[in-house]
Ligand binder design. Sequence first.
Ligand SMILES: Cc1cc2nc3c(=O)[nH]c(=O)nc-3n(C[C@H](O)[C@H](O)[C@H](O)COP(=O)(O)O)c2cc1C
Length: 140
Amino acid sequence: MLTRLIYISTAVGPVTTAVTGTILRSAQTHNEVNGITGVLCQGHGVYLQVLEGERSQVDALYERITLDKRHHKLVLRQQQDVTRRRYGKWAMAHVNMAHLDNAQAQQPTAFDPYLATAEEVLAKIDALIATGKVMNAPVV
Ligand SMILES: Cc1cc2nc3c(=O)[nH]c(=O)nc-3n(C[C@H](O)[C@H](O)[C@H](O)COP(=O)(O)O)c2cc1C
């Protein structure tokens, strides 16, 4: 059974390109082997990740991720069975959270994933993918 999981977390320490690069590299290596796809959004010291794959694989990965000392305050936003993958092209795509900010507003506001619903999060990521602002790997 395919499942999709979305969680939000707060980085421990500054999020540098090197930290993100290391996470993305291990994500891309393991995820390809384990049939996991998804998106990692990062910015303002916060992570938001979408994981898709076989439920047993996604559960095992999420358990590993919850033990990772590079972040804390994990909040599981959504876990549901799905019939198809939304991000099937990416072992782990990378999105800068700044691209999710509400820049159109008169008073531009920073996107706070802790306050958003899962639907809002997915809609924002889809809009970004449509504009081509999604990277498969970070520029390190
Ligand atoms: C925000 C965040 C997202 C992560 N995403 C993944 C992921 O998608 N896949 C993965 O295998 N590891 C991911 N990791 C890393 C795991 O927690 C763990 O460190 C890693 O899988 C161990 O791999 P290694 O054997 O290459 O060290 C993530 C870590 C953090 C902090």
